[in-house]
Design a protein around this ligand. Structure first.
Ligand code: SF4
Ligand code: SF4
Ligand code: SF4
Ligand code: FES
Length: 963
């Protein structure tokens, strides 16, 4: 049933072009002659790059256009008229009128001599080497015409150096190392981890991870930059060693986080040999993290759901059925429920992991085929306050910048985000800017990785108590206002004067001063004042924030407060500034854009607007409801109350990801029909009556939109395991329900989105393919997209300041619950872990731990590594302790990547006042030593076992592997 389109985007495998040294930014043209050919390049360009641009490839080994010139191998020597000797072309800059010779007998001899030395200490096992045919050393031996090695192999050499196979994804074979330092420089310059060094001197020189440790014992974070940079087979992907050289390549986009890295899926037949970060990717510029680069094995994991399944009750065994039977059965159940309980008794949840096109279809299914607005998305539980706060103040619900904008920032403020773990590739770019001298302010209850890392130290770490963000941002703005640091010209020209005056009067009140707020936030007033001055006095200051801002009862207030601060200091509308929400999942921005909220049609237009509704009604041929539908918490409450009866969930695992697990599972248990459309039998599926197999990002066409509003291509490299892409499944379900949908390819869905959504009017697959990616708004006013928003005026016209009174959360510490729990993510696992737990990333992190300060641990008799009970008024779970000073006294922290750890058993039903975003980041808890799992964990294990037995025989074995 899948659309035939397997080879459209497929290109034969070819190594990426490499011009030797990076481009330079200069408007001054310089003319240089390369072997008699004139070429004009920007001032500061190297001879090597100028030659490459003229079509002359000078031999090289230590140079790469993704790394700063280094000049160690001496293979790239040239002659320059009027200059003595043979300078290295990779480290020599051109000047006007320069005359360069890249090839003559003398140069050829020099290069052959260099190569001869390399090859004399290199195993000549090319025929059995994994990179045979795709090795730069091999290429260079050919390029310089090396025919013999005079030195023999009898002398001292490194041919017996042992391999390091500690990393699950790549092998280090030092016998093949030419000590070119490309790996070391990639780790330093691109990744910013500084895990590698060249130790020893002369013949003893060698690459060392950490302090001569195994890669996995060092600081290495497995990003793979060194592997990509290595010109030999010294650092090689294990998948390449196993499968051999790829045959063809397709450009696609990572399906993990909101950075949206572009990749070349390098394939052999239908197998992915490796995922190589695309140098032309606008979000990642050839870099990646361990998830996108290596953790793609889940796509072929035996746990994948391979067939539709149905059952009448959740105590019945699953029955595998055909797609047609599954659709007919599901449609009949939904229509029967609506006949008995009313049109509004059913709803759907769209997925931030699925494509824009798929998400659009699910909300269309709910509005047009279900006939109500009961559609919501996981952004409800992450960035819904961003939508509310930015729309109110600036007029558009999205981040304002490109990622590259950070390279123009002089001061970077990171609030409630942990980019090195959750947005690693952007974190590497940010770290690059910080190493160039930009100043860093971190506001976070934890000492996140950015606070102190190699060559980076935050100017200020404002270590606030969880739940006091608004007090902190108000105090920062108070300093700006009362110390005369506002950007008055910007405010006068760009903002509503009455709103500004009201906000200014509010924020200047003494109750908002750092001194008054010190008691609340725990942040010393002097640090806060200094941080505010640093931010306000910068030429360009940018704010980056994450779920530590939004997942609070005052999440929306905090987003308003951040926008106020940016407007007050004039930090919007140009590069290096802005308000930048770091989106969690790959397509959470897109899911919001596509009309996943119950009150908004695609493009953030309210369902109550008759003109907008009329446009959709004409296009879709149905009458639409004018009242907003249920949000996820409303659906769950109504289900538990017996008033909401059926739910279609695409690509979300609300039983694990949503707060107050007991309430969620009670609600799911109350449904008459739960339809789970997913790639795995997840926690939610255990409560389901229908399972529809999902397709991975490798198995479908479509687009994702990242945190920069960048729409990037997702391109099919293999057929869907169960035969249907997700958009086809939704379409077939709609047709079974009697509402006709007909598309033959996702590009037709995008054409419909573009026709109906003003910010997408100019978006087409042809444009995306041509440009690589495009940032919305993309329409007649901005045909090439919009990298920076609000340049001359805000989308809403004038910027709108909103007073943001600090209101303490109801979630307070008490004698019974004296600690504050906050939650987050780690680098190697992703969200509920459904994908990453089915990869070798498990080697890095196979359980959720409870971080607790040594003082709190000692007080309670909790030892590092011991079992700890964690109890809130919502529930109780048990985790192992990580006693660490990363958290402050009084605060504990955990992740939520493993279902059995039950982090959300403990989180409460508290939500943001404006959007119902759950308050994951503040839960009053007690911690104490225990020796056995909690009651909930024992029940979870029993339920899991019972459900495992209900799976069809093949799936039962697979199911058993899932923790
Ligand atoms: S491991 Fe590769 S990149 Fe690193 S020094 Fe050796 S040959 Fe060069
Ligand atoms: S994998 Fe990444 S972090 Fe590890 S050594 Fe290589 S470049 Fe550094
Ligand atoms: S940073 Fe995010 S988008 Fe990029 S490779 Fe890692 S997980 Fe994928
Ligand atoms: S490529 Fe220029 S010195 Fe190595």
């Amino acid at each position: 049933m899948a659309t035939p389109d397997p080879t459209h985007y497929r290109k034969p495998y070819r190594r990426e072009d490499d011009l030797g040294t990076p481009p330079v930014q200069s408007d001054v043209p310089v003319t240089v002659s390369i072997d008699g050919t004139p070429v004009v390049v920007p001032e500061g360009t190297t001879v090597m790059r100028a030659a490459a641009l003229a079509g002359v490839n000078i031999p090289k080994l230590c140079a790469s256009d993704t790394l700063e010139p280094f000049g160690s191998c001496r293979l790239c020597v040239v002659e320059i008229e009027g200059r003595k000797g043979t300078p290295a072309s990779c480290t020599t800059e051109v000047h006007d009128g320069m005359v360069v010779t890249t090839q003559n007998d003398a140069l050829a001899k020099l290069r052959r001599n260099v190569m001869e030395l390399y090859i004399s200490d290199h195993p000549l096992d090319c025929l059995t080497c994994p990179t045979n045919g795709d090795c730069e050393l091999q290429d260079m031996a050919g390029a310089v015409g090396l025919r013999e090695v005079r030195y023999g192999y009898e002398g001292a050499n490194h041919l017996d150096a042992p391999k390091d196979r500690s990393n699950p994804y790549f092998t280090f074979d030092p016998s093949k190392c030419i000590v070119c330092s490309r790996c070391v420089r990639a780790c330093d310059e691109q990744q910013g981890t500084f895990a590698l060094t060249i130790s020893g001197r002369g013949f003893e020189s060698k690459v060392s991870a950490g302090e001569d440790q195994a890669f996995t014992d060092s600081e290495c974070v497995s990003c793979g930059a060194c592997v990509k940079a290595c010109p030999t087979a010294t650092l090689t992907e294990n998948s390449l060693i196993e499968l051999g050289q790829p045959e063809h390549t397709t450009i696609t986009t990572c399906a993990y986080c909101g950075v949206g890295c572009s990749f070349r899926a390098e394939m052999k037949g239908n197998e992915v040999v490796r995922m190589i970060p695309n140098k032309d990717g606008h979000a990642n510029h050839g870099h990646a993290c361990v998830k996108g680069r290596f953790a793609f094995g889940y796509a072929s994991h035996p746990d994948r759901v391979r067939s539709p399944m149905i059952r009448d009750r959740r105590t019945d065994p699953w029955r595998e059925v055909s797609w047609d039977e599954a659709f007919a059965h599901t449609a009949a159940r939904l229509r029967d429920i609506q006949a008995r309980h009313g049109k509004r008794s059913i709803g759907g949840i769209t997925s931030s992991r699925c494509t824009n096109e798929e998400t659009y279809l699910v909300q269309k299914l709910v509005r047009a085929a279900f006939g109500n607005n009961n559609v919501d998305t996981c952004a409800r539980v992450c960035h819904s306050p961003t939508g509310y706060g930015l729309k109110t103040t600036l007029g558009e619900s999205a981040g304002t910048q490109t990622f590259d904008s950070v390279m123009h920032a002089d001061v970077i403020m990171v609030i409630g985000a942990n980019p090195t773990d959750a947005h690693p590739v952007f974190a590497s770019q940010m770290k690059r800017r910080l190493r160039q001298g930009a100043k860093l302010i971190v506001a976070d209850p934890r000492a996140i990785g950015l606070v102190r890392s190699p060559h980076i130290a935050a100017a200020h770490h404002l270590q606030l108590r969880p739940g006091t963000n608004v007090a902190l941002v108000n105090a920062l703005s108070h300093v700006v206002v009362t110390e005369g640091l506002e950007d008055e010209d910007f405010i006068d020209a760009r903002c509503e004067p009455e709103a500004h005056a009201a906000w200014r009067a509010f924020i200047a009140e003494p109750q908002n001063s750092p001194e008054a707020m010190e008691e609340v936030t725990g942040v010393p007033a002097s640090s806060l004042r200094e941080a505010a001055r640093l931010f306000a006095n910068a030429d360009n200051a940018a704010i980056y924030y994450g779920l530590g801002v939004t997942e609070h009862s005052q999440g929306s207030t905090m987003v308003l407060g951040i926008a106020n601060l940016a407007m007050a200091t004039g930090n919007l509308g140009r590069e290096g500034t802005g308000v930048n929400p770091l989106r969690g999942q790959n397509n959470v921005q897109g899911a919001c854009d596509m009309g996943s909220f119950p009150h908004e049609l695609p493009g953030y237009r309210h369902v109550s607007d008759p003109a907008v509704r009329g446009q959709f009604e004409r296009h879709w041929g149905v009458e639409l409801m004018a009242e907003p539908g249920f949000r996820i918490p409303n659906m769950l409450d109504a289900a538990a109350a017996g008033e909401f009866k059926a739910l279609y969930v695409q690509g979300e695992d609300i039983a694990q990801s949503d707060p107050d697990t007991q309430h969620v599972t009670e609600a799911l248990s109350s449904l008459e029909c739960l339809i789970v459309h997913d790639i795995f039998m997840n926690e939610t599926a255990k409560y389901a009556h229908v399972i529809l197999p999902g397709s991975t990002f490798l198995e479908k066409n479509g687009t994702f939109t990242n945190a920069e509003r960048r729409i990037s291509p997702v391109r099919k490299v293999m057929e869907p395991l169960a035969g249907m892409e997700d958009w086809e499944v939704t379409m077939a379900l709609s047709n079974a329900l009697g509402y006709r949908m007909h598309y033959t390819h996702p590009r037709e869905i995008m054409a419909e989105i573009a026709a109906l959504t003003p910010t997408f009017n100019g978006v087409t697959y042809e444009l995306i393919d041509r440009a690589g990616s495009i940032q919305w708004p993309c329409n007649a006013r901005a045909p090439a997209g919009t990298p920076t928003m609000h340049v001359d005026e805000f989308v809403r016209g004038k910027g709108f300041f909103v007073p943001t009174a600090y209101v303490a959360t109801d979630e307070r510490t008490t004698r019974k619950y004296p600690l504050l729990l906050t939650t987050g993510r780690i680098l190697t696992q992703y969200n509920v872990g459904a994908q990453t737990r089915r990869t070798q990333n498990e080697q890095f992190h196979d359980e959720d731990l409870l971080e607790i300060h040594p003082h709190d641990a000692q007080l309670r008799g909790i030892a590092h590594g011991s079992w700890v009970g964690l109890k809130s008024r919502a529930g109780e779970t048990v985790l192992r302790a990580d006693v660490t000073e990363r958290v402050m006294p009084g605060v504990v922290y955990t992740t939520f990547h493993h279902p059995s750890s039950g982090a959300n058993v403990v989180t409460t039903e508290n939500t943001d006042w404006a959007t119902n975003c759950p308050e994951y980041k503040v839960t009053a808890v007690q911690a104490y030593p225990v020796t056995q799992p909690s009651r909930w964990q024992k029940d979870f294990a029993l339920f899991d076992e019972a459900q495992r037995k209900l799976a069809p025989p093949d799936d039962a074995t697979a199911h058993a592997r899932v923790k």
